[in-house]
Design a protein around this ligand. Structure first.
Ligand code: NAG
Ligand code: NAG
Ligand code: NAG
Ligand code: NAG
Ligand code: NAG
Ligand code: NAG
Ligand code: NAG
Length: 915
């Protein structure tokens, strides 16, 4: 207001040339204290708490004497004295003019007008000019004001002449804006850093559901807004934001505070509350809550974090923990000594001190702990009146004590000291003071000092004094904590420190860590294995937790999404980690494989037994009729078929995968082609027309047939293995918790061709054998070949659909079953009957018996030749050997040729025509 008014007036006055504005009568006995000097420093300190509302624009009276204000003035005076006593500015004495602002901007503006007045004028006139370049105001720099509200008001006025202003406690963020406040400096960090520190504190203990309360005035509002913005950026949710009216009537304020107290009680999940506010508001709120026994964490802004009024509240320990931010402080020992040794002269030049002494006398009867409220209870007028009586009566003495020392706030005191130190160093640079002499005259315009203030860079007992480009001192914060002992509060300073540049809180006292126990969250943390599912509320901190689904996991608490397990891992739902999948394959220990292996082993044993039986009886017709060498080859190939079963069981690898199919394929092809050779031989013996027979017989060679048929299969297998052979394959997708190790057959076409080729041979063999099924019983091997081929067909025709539809562990077992059944089929049908004859029907196992059989057959089937003699002769044999089933191609061939010579030709011919 003031500023804009003056700015508005400037052009008008400029036209009228230089005019003077009178800023008179602001000097009041109780309003200021001064000391002359070459360079005057203005001071603005609230020694009283408020102004008495006046009906006329008279000089404003203040009430509520504040001992702290007095201590601040003493600190300023002491700092100036220290500079004067030092060799910093040789030959120059710093003077001061300190005014009481009574925490009121208007009152402060009046004092500022005095600062702006021409130093030469005797009647406190402010010259209004267009150009203040050469103007010499009363003061060269201002220290103050205490609050942001007052600082902002006077800064706008001081801007007119660009008089440097250094505040010791105004923390509003807006003051960092150098476009608006070019001459403003402060020896504290901007509030922005305090709120950053608060956010850091809230984060440090993982609170995310906090409430905020602010008084409705400049400092608190900007502070709380900063906090809310930064907190939300940091993922902290604000449960409620309450504002206490500042300029409203007492009733409105009180009812609002009651409402807020109710909200705090109702919001049980909010255990951390940040208050940026006037101490009087906090006092009232705490009074409202102190009977409720709610235990919360209160985060105090510097405005009330060390307020003694609040510490003295009753039942304050019921409220929980109070932690607060205060500005960093330096060493104030010297100042303490100074205060202790103040001259006890009531008629001091310091009017504030005089007032203090007088008040002390008035309150001589009051106990120490009530003293400051007694001191602040007296109005100006009442005091003036009482002073008269006091002065008139005998001097009332009071107990000399260190009462004032208790009111030294190390933070503010240090800030005031640093303000003066910074000014002194800027002056030293400006005036070029060196080695006991200053080269420049101290008659300079205040704006000249600005540049040098910005350049100040020195260390004062460990504290770096240097302003950042915004004019703020980056000194950091101390975090205080209130301890409750026997109902009294002791403020524990420096439980932790907040470093602005590193944005880090360093714990100095382990008591601070007890805050870890406090939980302030909207929702309980989601456990590992769960993820957040936001609920209806808009707050990101309020959510439900749901389990991760099957095969997904979340490692951290409060995870946002579940991750998928690796292909060789799995996880049950709601899992915090994945498990390795179990590796499975058709194991040797598996019951089914034991059965299969036992069957295969039994087959091998049988084959060995049969081989040894055959070997012993190698010269008997039963063995000979069975093909002789061919039957040994067949037995060996069946042995390998059984052996191949072993490669289907156990953990597969590339080698076993390659071996197993081809081993079976080739060995089984060999046995089938042997069977084929045999059935072909039978056919040759009884069927083909005699003209061809001779040629065919020459052409026929069992070894050639078997090697040719088997050779083809070997080629097929080789091609398969070379171009796309079976491979070991880990199947980790199909099963949920296991990895199946199996053989991928590579080319299934080759696999089919291999099996199909066997089937083709079997089909030929079957058809040959089927033609020969009615041949003489002893030679009727064909029947058994037909059977074994049927068994082969049944088992492999069953195998195909089962194999195609089966997946997993038992797939190889399916094939093993087909292998075993077809192999056993051949073994049983083609070798057991022979063994039976060899072992139990030795009388049948003779050449005669075989011949007789042949005759019988010829007689029975042709009905053309009736030879009763022969019939009779062999009838005995015929009966006992009826069940003998054997074939001996060699014999048949020789017998057939013998029969031919004996007029038996018709038999074969007839037979062939009857089929
Ligand atoms: C400064 O020096 C004066 C006179 O020597 C002395 O009285 C005063 O106490 C000193 N002040 C400080 C703060 O040292
Ligand atoms: C003060 O006034 C006197 C005479 O009017 C003049 O000589 C002197 O230079 C002035 N000083 C300042 C600082 O303006
Ligand atoms: C302001 O006054 C100074 C000194 O009197 C002069 O050098 C400067 O040019 C003036 N500025 C303007 C804009 O008139
Ligand atoms: C507190 O909560 C209760 C029920 O949850 C509700 O009835 C009451 O109005 C709330 N009070 C305030 C002040 O919000
Ligand atoms: C202390 O409490 C008194 C009484 O309510 C009040 O007038 C005064 O302003 C308070 N002082 C501070 C510094 O809060
Ligand atoms: C403060 O300074 C005084 C001397 O002025 C010294 O004795 C004291 O140890 C210092 N205190 C700290 C905490 O540095
Ligand atoms: C303040 O003054 C009033 C009267 O002016 C008195 O009743 C009250 O007791 C005083 N309070 C204190 C704390 O001295």
């Amino acid at each position: 207001m003031f500023q804009s008014m003056i700015l508005y007036m400037v052009p008008i006055f400029c036209v009228l040339s230089i005019t003077t504005v009178l800023a008179c009568d602001i000097l009041d006995d109780f309003d200021n204290t001064r000391d002359p000097g070459h360079i005057i420093i203005g001071g603005l300190i609230p020694v009283h708490e408020k102004v008495v509302i006046a009906k006329k624009p008279e000089s404003q009276k203040c009430t509520g004497y504040d001992v702290r204000g007095l201590v601040k003035t003493l600190a300023l005076i002491h700092s100036i004295e220290v500079v004067n006593n030092s060799t910093l500015l040789p030959g120059i004495k710093l003077g001061y003019e300190i005014y009481d602002t009574c925490t009121d901007p208007t009152k402060a503006l009046k004092a500022t007008l005095r600062f702006l007045s021409n130093s030469n004028s005797t009647d406190n006139c402010v010259k209004v000019q267009c150009n203040y370049t050469d103007y010499r105001p009363t003061v060269q720099a201002v220290v103050g004001a205490a609050t942001s509200e007052v600082s902002i008001a006077i800064a706008r006025l001081l801007n007119i002449q660009l008089i440097p202003q250094i505040s010791y406690s105004a923390s509003a963020k807006i003051l960092s804006d150098k476009a608006r406040f070019p001459a403003f400096f402060r020896t504290i960090p901007s509030d922005e850093y305090q709120t950053k520190g608060m956010v850091k504190l809230v984060q440090m203990f993982q609170w995310n559901w906090v409430g905020t309360i602010a008084s409705d005035e400049e400092y608190s509002r900007s502070g709380i807004n900063n906090f809310i913005t930064q907190a939300e950026q940091a993922g902290i949710c604000i449960a409620f934001q309450e504002v206490i009216p500042f300029y409203s009537s007492v009733q409105v304020t009180n009812s609002r505070i009651k409402e807020i107290a109710n909200i705090i009680i109702n919001q049980t999940r909010v255990n951390v509350i940040v208050i940026f506010g006037k101490s009087s508001h906090v006092t009232q709120l705490f009074k409202e809550l102190s009977n409720q026994n709610i235990s919360k964490v209160w985060i105090a802004s510097d405005s009330w974090s060390t307020n003694s009024n609040i510490t003295r509240l009753e039942n304050i320990q019921n409220l929980g923990n109070i932690v607060g931010f205060t500005f960093k402080s330096g060493n104030v020992t010297k100042f303490q000594n100074y205060v202790k040794n103040l001259p006890r002269n009531p008629k001091s030049s310091n009017t504030f001190l005089t007032e203090y002494y007088n008040l002390r006398k008035l309150c001589a009867h009051v106990q120490t702990y009530n003293l400051d409220s007694c001191l602040s209870n007296h109005t100006h007028r009442a005091m003036a009146n009482s002073l008269l009586t006091v002065n008139n009566s005998m001097e009332i003495q009071y107990q000399e004590d260190d009462f004032l020392v208790n009111y030294i706030d190390p933070g503010v005191t240090s800030n005031i000291q640093w303000s003066v130190t910074a000014l002194a160093h800027a002056l030293k640079m400006l005036l070029k003071c060196n080695e006991g002499i200053c080269q420049k005259s101290f008659n300079f315009a205040p704006w000249e000092l600005l540049e040098y203030l910005k350049k100040v860079n020195m260390t004062d007992e460990g504290t770096k004094i240097h302003f950042d480009p915004s004019g703020d001192l980056m000194s950091g914060y101390d975090i205080v904590m209130w301890n409750f002992m026997e109902g009294k509060v002791k403020i524990n300073r420096k439980v932790a420190e907040y470093d602005i540049e590193e944005n880090k809180i360093t714990v100095r006292d382990s008591k601070f860590n007890c805050l870890k126990a406090v939980v302030s969250k909207c929702s309980n943390q989601c456990q590992p294995g769960q993820i957040k599912l936001s609920s209806e509320s808009q707050h990101t901190c309020c959510y439900d937790c749901i389990n991760c689904t099957f095969n997904t996991y979340s490692k951290t608490k409060d995870a946002l999404q579940c991750d998928f397990c690796l292909p060789d891992e799995w996880a049950p739902s709601g899992s915090a980690h994945c498990y390795k999948k179990r590796i499975i394959f058709l194991d040797w220990n598996n019951g089914f494989s034991i059965v299969l292996l036992t069957l295969a082993a039994f087959g091998i044993v049988l084959i060995i037994i049969i081989i040894s039986i055959f070997f012993k009886n190698v010269s008997t017709p039963a063995v000979k009729s069975n093909g002789g060498t061919i039957s040994f080859i067949m037995l060996i190939s069946l042995l390998f078929s059984f052996l191949s079963v072993g490669f289907f069981i156990g953990k597969p690898n590339d080698i076993t995968c390659n071996i197993r199919q081809c081993l079976f394929g080739i060995s089984f092809t060999l046995s089938v082609s042997c069977a084929l050779a045999k059935s072909l031989k039978i056919l040759l013996a009884f069927d083909f027309n005699p003209a061809n027979q001779h040629n065919l017989r020459n052409f026929y060679h069992s070894g050639l047939i078997t090697s040719f048929c088997t050779g083809l299969q070997v080629i097929i297998c080789t091609m398969w293995l070379v171009f796309n052979g079976p491979k070991m394959h880990k199947d980790d997708t199909r099963l949920r918790k296991e990895i199946l190790i199996e053989c991928n057959e590579g080319s299934y076409v080759a696999f089919a061709v291999m099996l199909g080729y066997i089937a083709f041979l079997a089909l030929i063999c079957f058809s040959f054998a089927f033609k020969g099924r009615k041949l003489p019983e002893n030679y009727n091997e064909a029947k058994f070949i037909t059977f074994s081929m049927l068994i082969y067909f049944i088992s492999w025709i069953t195998f195909v659909p089962v194999y195609v539809t089966t997946h997993g562990l038992y797939l190889p077992a399916v094939e093993v079953v087909a292998i075993l059944s077809s192999t056993y089929g051949i073994l049983c049908c083609q070798f057991f009957p022979k063994c039976y004859i060899i072992l139990f029907k030795k009388e049948c196992n003779t050449t005669n018996s075989f011949l007789k059989n042949l005759y019988d057959y010829s007689l029975k089937s042709t009905n053309l030749i009736t030879n009763g003699q022969h019939s009779l002769n062999y009838s005995g044999h015929n009966k006992s050997c009826k069940s003998i089933k054997s074939n001996n191609s060699q014999k048949i061939l020789s017998i057939t040729s013998a029969a031919q010579n004996n007029g038996f030709t018709c038999v074969s011919r007839k037979r062939s025509s009857s089929w």
